[in-house]
Design a protein around this ligand. Structure first.
Ligand SMILES: Nc1ncnc2c1ncn2[C@@H]1O[C@H](COP(=O)(O)OP(=O)(O)OP(=O)(O)O)[C@@H](O)[C@H]1O
Ligand SMILES: [Mg+2]
Length: 256
């Protein structure tokens, strides 16, 4: 069954609708599938996630979750942003319970689910600290815990590890992979990093710009659990990386 579907989606911005952020995008994401969108800056990746999150509407075409049109935000579709978006005046645990409180979940269940989410991301001992006192990697873990706590049907992740140093990024990638395999969460993940896309995904959608569209789809053949060191030296990995690069280069060549 498909969790997310985009049907001929066009998104134009501006009063004159002169910015065509997405040009006829169609694809599906199956239940429990981990799909990664990789593409250069400005190709419409965030726009696509914001459509699925229900934060904006398509100019034409349709965006569906669980075979129903998305008409607004929902707890079923949790977004994790590149910027951490934490409340500095709330402790870690209070940041994680926020969405649950808003949804009217009672106090003890809020805390139970927040404790569980914090343990999934390894932050149990930091629950009472404030965001100011955390490193970037820890803040991003709080963002992930906050999304997991609402037990969403799908995680929409917009370059969540882009601002982190390589070692922290590798740790969080590993944690996300193990959460995905344990919880079977459907994930739509955006990045401009080809290695990250190939490491995480069941399927990679390669986006290009001018016009902003999906130029290639790749089923990723690597077994799970995956180990980045072993993967990155495999000939299939190198070949797939080259395939994505060539798609980017061909699209640039076509417009210049
Ligand atoms: N609110 C907006 N108003 C006008 N134009 C916008 C708006 N948001 C995005 N755009 C434009 O739409 C296009 C796609 O933007 P989007 O943010 O989706 O790209 P992106 O692939 O996420 O880029 P990045 O990798 O830099 O985050 C860009 O040309 C951008 O300038
Ligand atoms: Mg973006």
């Amino acid at each position: 069954m498909s969790a997310l579907t985009a049907v001929d989606v066009v998104k134009q911005y501006g009063e004159a609708r002169d910015v065509r952020a997405l040009d006829q995008i169609s694809f599906t994401v199956d239940d429990s599938e981990f799909v990664v969108i990789v593409g250069p800056s400005g190709c419409g990746k965030s726009t696509l996630l914001r459509l699925f999150a229900g934060l904006i509407e398509p100019t034409s075409g349709d965006v569906l979750y669980d075979n129903e049109s998305v008409t607004g935000p929902s707890r079923e579709r949790a977004m994790v942003f590149q910027e951490f978006n934490l409340f500095p005046w709330r402790t870690v645990i209070k940041n994680v319970t926020f969405g649950l409180e808003m949804a009217g979940v009672d106090h003890s269940e809020c805390h139970e689910r927040a404790d569980e989410a914090l343990s999934l991301v390894g932050l149990t001992d930091d629950a009472e600290r404030y965001p100011d006192a955390l490193s970037g990697g820890m803040r991003q873990r709080v963002g992930l815990a906050r999304a997991l706590a609402v037990e969403p049907g799908v995680l929409l992740m917009d370059e969540p590890f882009g601002a982190l140093d390589a070692r922290t990024r590798a740790t969080l990638q590993r944690e996300l992979l193990s959460i995905h395999s344990r919880e079977q969460t459907t994930v739509l993940f955006v990045t401009h990093d080809i290695d990250e896309a190939l490491l995480l995904a069941d399927r990679v959608l390669v986006m290009v710009d001018d016009p902003n569209r999906i130029a290639d789809q790749i089923n990723i053949p690597f077994d799970r659990p995956r180990d980045s060191h072993t993967l990155e030296t495999s000939s299939t990995f190198i070949e797939l990386k080259r395939r994505v690069r060539t798609t980017f280069e061909d699209s640039t060549a076509a417009i210049s």
